[in-house]
Design a protein around this ligand. Structure first.
Ligand SMILES: Cc1ncc(COP(=O)(O)O)c(C=O)c1O
Length: 452
């Protein structure tokens, strides 16, 4: 079925009027001319509005790690909605938020055992940046206000996140209003040195030394934190070179700079360990998460903070005063917490946080992905854990078009993939079976054969 046929079957199915909704990160006019609507989800599959089963190659948006329609999670949300719909989070508490924090602390790396709740990845990032500033100030080091992000980084859409982020499309319209005190490391990708690497590329650890250059330029006494995604997802799956994150960690230590890992997509088992921090054996000072924290059933984010950071900020303020002037009406929302507790129990019971490593899924995935090296249009393949990137040669004069057509073609053939630029990005639920991996890869191969 092509797009036009899909659209005709949608019209027949009685699609809703669409003009009134401004859709996020969407080509609104193109979408509304040929919509793709999802109406149900169970396990590894969505159900489309025309009744077709769609294999989920993206875990929704890197977030439904335990698969769709988990009865324990929806039951926990329903119970909580009956019991208590909402509780104010400022100067008040409710037991579930502490229970959720305890469960999360138990899987956190190192001493990042203090948890701050938000409602999204963007809010987690902005909260992390504020925590870094508050920490340095509480230590009497208030000149440390500069943040260092990285080219091709994605840290959500708040002004903090787009300022430290490095995606030009997300920044250019807002250029004049970004945070003033930000610099960027170079990104870690080189087609020349890294193309078709399996897992972490050998080349590129030295790019972390650029941090030394920025320290020499700005002086360490002015730098609050470095923020990076351990694996950059939104700019096309960039896997860190071997030794790169270790080197960043040691330069940050040398100069008293905080290291923030944005694990909004790598958190909760995506690489075969609870967090990328454990996978790479590099412990940051602050770690941002969202998405899979509660299987995306209710909007939620969680920021993990080293105990010493919490102690410094909290004990640095006079007793009986609010120590940190930051928080959200929905921080620790009871429905999100109920979903988080139920999700974390599923992750533990089903050993999902390590499944892709323990059951050989990541290796199977890597082999299946790299079998596409002779597929049409493919110019690079990148993978780590249960993440895959298929970079296509851009069509001359029409960057991104080929990947968009591949996305539409896969959807028409019953597989949901994602594309960013000219890269197809894959990140299925962690419950995926080998046969479903084969189906994703063979669909991509077939579709690439059909597009120019
Ligand atoms: C690394 C990273 N940080 C932050 C975000 C923003 O999360 P949200 O869309 O929940 O605000 C994302 C979203 O994909 C992300 O990948």
């Amino acid at each position: 079925m092509d797009q036009a046929e899909l659209h005709r079957s949608g019209a027949a199915a009685g699609l809703p009027e669409m003009e009134q909704l401004w859709m996020p990160f969407t080509a609104n006019r193109q979408f509304k001319a040929a919509p793709r609507l999802l109406v149900g989800a169970q396990g590894m599959y969505y159900r489309a509005h025309d009744g077709r089963q769609i294999l989920d190659g993206t875990a929704g948006l890197w977030c439904v790690n335990a698969g769709h329609g988990r009865a324990e999670i929806s039951a926990a949300i329903a119970r909580q909605a009956q019991e208590m719909d909402y509780a104010p989070p400022f100067q008040m508490g409710h037991p579930l938020q502490f229970e959720a924090a305890n469960l999360l602390a138990a899987i956190a790396p190192g001493d990042l055992k203090t948890v701050f709740f938000t409602n999204s990845g963007s809010e987690s990032v902005d909260s992390a940046l504020k925590i870094a500033l508050a920490y340095h100030r509480a230590r009497g080091d208030g000149t440390r206000t500069l943040f260092i992000g990285r080219e091709r980084g994605y840290h959500g859409v708040g002004f903090g996140g787009i300022s430290v982020g490095g995606m030009v499309a997300n920044r250019k319209v807002f250029r004049g209003s970004l945070l003033p005190n930000v610099d960027h490391l170079p990104h870690t990708y080189s087609a020349q040195h890294q193309a078709f690497s399996r897992g972490q590329p050998e080349w590129g650890a030295h790019l972390a030394d650029e941090l030394e250059r920025l320290v020499a330029l700005h002086d360490a006494s002015n730098i609050a934190a470095v923020i990076v995604e351990p694996v950059a997802g939104s700019t096309g799956v960039l896997v860190p070179p071997k030794g790169y994150l270790q080197r960043l960690r040691s330069i940050c230590d040398k100069y008293g700079i905080l290291l923030i890992f944005d694990e909004v997509i790598t958190g909760y088992g995506r690489l075969g360990a609870p967090f990328a921090a454990q996978y790479f054996n590099v412990t940051p000072d602050i770690l941002t998460t969202a998405k899979a924290v509660n299987n995306a059933a209710v909007p939620m984010g969680a920021v993990f903070v080293r105990n010493g950071i919490y102690d410094t900020v909290v004990h640095g303020a006079p007793e009986g005063t609010v120590e940190f002037f930051h928080g959200y009406t929905y921080s620790g929302h009871p429905l999100a917490m109920a979903a988080a507790v139920a999700t974390q129990h599923i992750y533990q019971r089903d050993k999902l946080l390590t499944r892709v490593a323990d059951e050989g899924i990541a290796t199977y995935w890597e082999n299946a992905l790299h079998d596409l090296s002779d597929a049409r249009h493919v110019q690079d393949l990148r993978n780590i854990g249960l993440i895959g990137g298929i970079e296509l040669q851009p069509r001359p004069g029409a960057p991104g078009k080929r990947a968009y057509e591949a996305f539409v073609g896969c959807y028409a053939r019953g597989v949901l993939v994602r594309y960013t630029g000219d890269t197809i990005a894959l990140s299925p639920p962690l419950i995926i079976e080998r046969g479903q991996i084969d189906q994703i890869m063979s669909t991509v191969r077939d579709v690439l054969r059909t597009i120019d």
